[in-house]
Design a protein around this ligand. Structure first.
Ligand code: SAM
Ligand code: SF4
Length: 312
């Protein structure tokens, strides 16, 4: 299905929970956010039905996210239900990795094709401070389990000036060892970090300055790809603040409480709860039609929600 600007919409990002076992400083307030009551969250069946309706409208790729999707009971049933929809050719999941050691194998069996694991630092003390209590070793064990289960992996690091930018070379160097893509993401001014000082917001060029050996290697989705000559893995730069990718944006989002969002940064929300069949497909079509030409993130997100609610 095409939107009003001729863009083909083929990608749905599905948030299956607003809850999380970490409290990353840029994403969540210290004491978390008021939890949605369980009945406000889409059930397993509602999640699968929404994806089925999206598939009928042309969606072929789904990414499951959160909050932390692996703290949601039913995550494996949601994955298996989506996998059974013939039009869905690619099923991916983004996780903080804390529960991946036990869940990587079952996720593979449930039909997940690829995983993105968030990893902002390789230093245990820094990791605990940044996530407010997370254990780096759990995530490293999870990454090892995901590798053993046969997942292609992308690691996501948000660039945080004065916090982890000194680790750019160490994070990028992982691609010398492994066929992973290590992606550096510019911090978006949303939620708790909207009021952070300018020095925390590091442009992606900092990666190229820190690793001058990197060579351009085309584009992969929203990432500009680079590679150390001869390395098995690649380095990705993601610049959400630039409008570079709005012109080819192919995505819709569905929040854990059942609202379709035409853009991460738009305030428009189309509810899907209680809808079935043709009415559900009409809601998806309405969300596609409501996609804006571009976001206005430079003047602040108009989303009205934090990242943990929408899923990044
Ligand atoms: N909990 C999972 C995780 O951390 O991977 C999935 C949800 S999380 C909201 C998805 C991604 O959004 C993570 O890689 C996180 O680092 C990123 N993120 C959160 N807040 C952000 C912000 N303000 N700017 C850029 N990326 C952000
Ligand atoms: Fe949780 Fe992911 Fe947000 Fe960190 S970035 S608080 S892991 S939802």
């Amino acid at each position: 299905m095409r939107d009003g600007f001729g863009r083909q919409i083929t990608y749905l990002r599905l948030s299956i929970t607003d809850r999380c076992d970490f409290r990353c400083r840029y994403c969540m307030p210290e004491h978390g956010v008021p939890k949605l009551p369980r009945e406000a969250i889409l059930s397993v069946e509602e999640c699968v039905a929404a994806v089925r309706a999206a598939a009928a409208c042309g969606v072929t790729k789904v990414r499951i996210t959160g909050g932390e999707p692996l703290v949601r009971r039913g995550v494996l049933d949601i994955c298996a239900g989506i996998r059974a929809i013939p039009e869905i050719r690619e099923l991916c999941l983004t996780t903080n990795g804390s529960r991946l050691a036990e869940l990587a194998g079952p996720l593979r069996q449930a039909g997940v094709d690829r995983l993105n694991v968030s990893l902002d630092t390789l230093r245990p003390d820094r990791f605990a401070a940044l996530t407010r209590g997370g254990r780096l070793q759990d995530v490293l064990d999870g990454i090892a389990a995901a590798e053993a289960a046969g997942f292609p992996l992308k690691l996501n690091a948000v660039l945080l000036g004065g916090v982890n930018d000194d680790e750019i070379p160490a994070l990028a160097a992982l691609t010398w060892e492994k066929p992973w893509q290590v992606r550096f993401i510019e911090l978006m001014p949303m939620g708790p970090c909207a009021a952070w000082p300018a020095a925390r917001f590091v442009p992606a060029e900092a990666v190229l300055r820190a690793c001058p050996e990197l060579q351009p290697d085309g584009f992969g989705g929203v990432a500009e790809r680079y590679r150390f000559p001869g390395a098995p893995g690649s380095v990705g730069l993601i610049r959400p603040l630039s409008h570079r990718f709005c012109g080819s944006c192919d995505r819709l989002r569905l929040t854990a409480d059942g609202k379709l969002k035409p853009c991460l940064h738009s305030g428009a929300e189309i509810p899907v709860r209680g809808l079935q069949g043709a009415a559900l497909e009409a809601a998806v079509a309405a969300a596609v039609a409501a996609k804006p030409a571009a976001h206005h993130l430079a003047s602040g997100s108009e989303s009205g929600r934090d990242m943990n609610e929408i899923g990044g």
